[in-house]
Design a protein around this ligand. Sequence first.
Ligand code: ADP
Ligand code: MG
Length: 698
Amino acid sequence: MSNKLKALFEPKSIALIGASSKEFSIGNVIIKNLIHYKYKGPIYPVNPKEDKIRGLKAYKSILDIPGEVELVHIVIPPPYVPQEVENCGLKGVKAIIINTAGFKEMGEEGLALEIDFLARAKKYNIRIFGPNCQGIINSDPDLQAYCNFTFTYFKPGSISIVAQSGGVGAIIMQVLHDMGIGMRLYASNGNASDISIPEIIRFYGDDEKTKVIILYIESLSDTKEFMDVATEVAAKKPILAISAGRTEKGAAASKSHTGGLAGGITMELIFQKAGILSFSNLEEICHAAVAFSSQPIPKGKNVGMITNTGGPAIIATDELVSGGMSLPPLSKTAIRNLKVTMLDAASINNPLDVVATAGASHFKSAIEIMMKEEQIDSIYLTFVTPPFVDCVSVAKEISAISQMQKKPIVCNYITDKKNWKETTAILDEGGIPCFDYPETAAKALVALSKYNDLRTREKGTVIRFENNKGGVDKAKAKIIFAAAKNANKEVLSASEVYQILEAYNIPIARWAVADSVEDAVTKAEAIGYPVVIKADSENIIHKSDVGGVFVNITNSEDAKNVAQLMKSKFNYPDLKFFIQECLNDRLELIIGVKAEEGLGHLIMFGMGGIMVEVYKDVVFKIAPLTDVDTKDMLQNIKSAVLLNDFRGKRGINKEGVMEILQRISALVTDFPEIKELDLNPIFANTKRVCAVDARIII
Ligand code: ADP
Ligand code: MG
């Protein structure tokens, strides 16, 4: 598949249908860019009315071009595109970038044109990039293909970018360019009618000169393919990604707590599962990419810090520590050696303050000794350029050591770049990731370390429950789901829900459903007081919102009164009384599920009860859950300490909670028709964990 994209990313010749001599036109700018960037192959402008464009011979038709044409840009209006694709087919073109906009994104007519040109492309085995897109760039010195109408000309490097939006792509390119960082490949594929983001990621994955991938994504058309490709590539090289639209989906209407809380989180979970490093901010992703492009990945979280000034190092330490990193003490040997090599005023510790008067030999020795420390995985450097020090020599030593690529180095470089040009150039050429701010430098190092966590993460195993005998009774659940579907139900009744949970051995408080007031009293007596009585009807979603939950009913008279009250209050034909044992001494938890198209289900865990939307202390994972997933979920909520013994209060049976998570994961895997599911609350104490309220929507 990848070699299919070779014609796109490594074209031997390029034609442009719609080339123009009008200066402010896309058909002109692309030619200008190809020439300016010194494309190594032939460029063929195509325009029926012109003889020459930007000094190049123009052709009346693609079919008139004498030589072979591998890649074509099409920039003419939509109605003419299908015919030109056909001509490209006759010419033997391999790939087409359709820059023109006005297709699927414009409605029916545009969609019809898109379908038309795709069919023609398929007939001739041509791959289509776009439409409604910027194009690609390949900075390889042997090729220098700037097949794009944007404006940042970058030098060769090892960062490759794929951005669904050309505007975001332009920001990333420009930021990196301004920092003097090179790039390798660039792609912004607009409507992605044929060549998809996963395909591009795979191509970058196979590209030896790409060391790190930056991905900007808004929506996925094939989640499964993305997940598979990204997982494969992320295991080989870092993928740093940022997605937008996180808040947009948050307000989506939903019938469950889980559905309401899940808004906008899916992409984040997909990144997590695939092993992609996720960012929420363009500046941070660019800075991290700079570090990834030149530095090795640290093996752990321990940083050795070297500085020739105080304050910035303190700020950096705070940032590193809040990013989960630490500054371990130095070994006795290191301290002994540093005492010999450092200036008297140096503070020998971690952070190691070499002091402002330190010269090249001091920096060299400091970095070498830190590099040798087994407990140190990476080096953080603060380097201010004192005018009384030979900074050029310092920079040379830093660069020389960094080139050995033993452990990653990042640097907060504090200088006037105009006056310290030579020093700056040496650090640049040495590939030292230099940042103006301590926070920025520290965050880049945290990102390197987080990627190491991702790369080495334990995935765990999914527990398979046997059919029956404490396992699961899939057949029984199947009958209930089938009956509900037959009855055209969307929200399952309490008795259906509880029978399904019973079939999957999910512990629930003792319960019964009563049809009449008398029946309610009889069943309350059978369960044993105190009981809870809840109104059960398809018309009631959140029972306590409408006063449909009465807790702590201690005798038959009260039970009768409550049932009577409910009957007059909720005058629904399907009204039933749901009687349940009343539980005390507990923590209220929630476990929920939300179906996500093309992906399966998201499973949620957190602090439950009627306040769940207020505290929003919940975490999500993609089903099926592994044992490692469930452990992470319990650890990652903000109130995790409350699950353990805390200030005289006993903790809860965590194993029990994790087992429910596993069983819910099995249930939704067996029944993809489940749209949403809430177990809220689940009551948990030291021994017992059981659900007292459940809802399933199909
Ligand atoms: P809904 O979520 O539809 O409003 P619930 O069944 O979750 O209704 O009940 C609301 C609240 O009532 C729960 O969060 C819990 O605090 C309390 N409650 C419900 N069932 C029980 C029970 N069996 N024992 C004790 N308290 C309960
Ligand atoms: Mg509830």
